[in-house]
Design a protein around this ligand. Structure first.
Ligand code: ZN
Length: 214
């Protein structure tokens, strides 16, 4: 099942629309980037910058294309009836997103787990669900909740746990310039919230992650 939400040309990313409306929106986007370069004191006509407006428009369209998608788009038909009743966890899912306050990247890892209640989802789809919500303007707290909420909606499992650990370039490159501080967020639903043993097992597995970012 694939459904693309009706696109509002004024806000949809460049890659998501077709035809003349897309061309017009893309032209407008490119001229805004050209103007931004001027305001930064640059000459948009110098050789290195000549194609930058088009590249930026395409890159931002790509990096925010998740806002045109739903978790169900990402899962497709990869849902299966299954009586497995123990925890399923995918750890160390690479994650790249854009902070909505500065439009600078934040990146790190997501650890996603659930306890099925009659239905499981293809494991690779857990990573796809993370991408759907990461590829838009985000804050890490909301991203974490949205991934948990989507799994709860689609699978109706006995519980869901999501931990995200990420570095924010807006903190590392500017502002407080704290290069080594990692932000950790978690969202727990169902038995992950209510059953201390489940919660403990999940957090032990998540924090035992062999992260390249520590
Ligand atoms: Zn930021």
């Amino acid at each position: 099942m694939s459904s693309t939400r009706a696109a509002d040309p004024a806000r949809a990313p460049a890659g998501a629309r077709a035809g003349a409306a897309a061309d017009a929106a893309s032209d407008e986007f490119e001229s805004l980037v050209r103007r931004m370069l001027e305001l930064l004191g640059e000459d948009p006509n110098r050789e290195g910058l000549r194609n930058t407006p088009r590249r930026v428009a395409r890159a931002l369209g790509w990096l925010t294309r998740g806002s045109e998608m739903t978790a169900r788009d990402a899962i497709g038909d990869a849902l299966f009836e299954e009586t497995h009743g123990s925890m399923v966890m995918v750890r160390d899912i690479e994650l790249y997103s854009l902070c909505e306050h500065h439009m600078l990247p934040f990146f790190g890892r997501a650890h996603v787990a659930y306890i099925p209640d009659g239905r499981i989802v293809g494991l690779s789809k857990l990573a796809r669900i993370v991408d759907v919500f990461a590829r838009r303007l985000q804050v890490q707290e909301r991203l974490t909740e949205q991934v948990a909420g989507a799994l709860e909606d689609v699978l109706a499992p006995r519980g869901v746990g999501v931990v995200i650990e990420a570095y924010h370039l807006c903190m590392m490159m500017r502002g407080v310039e704290k290069q080594n501080s990692k932000t950790i967020t978690s969202a727990m639903r169902g038995s992950f919230r209510d059953d201390p043993a489940t919660r403990h097992e999940f957090l032990r597995l998540a924090h035992g992650a062999s992260s390249a970012f520590r």
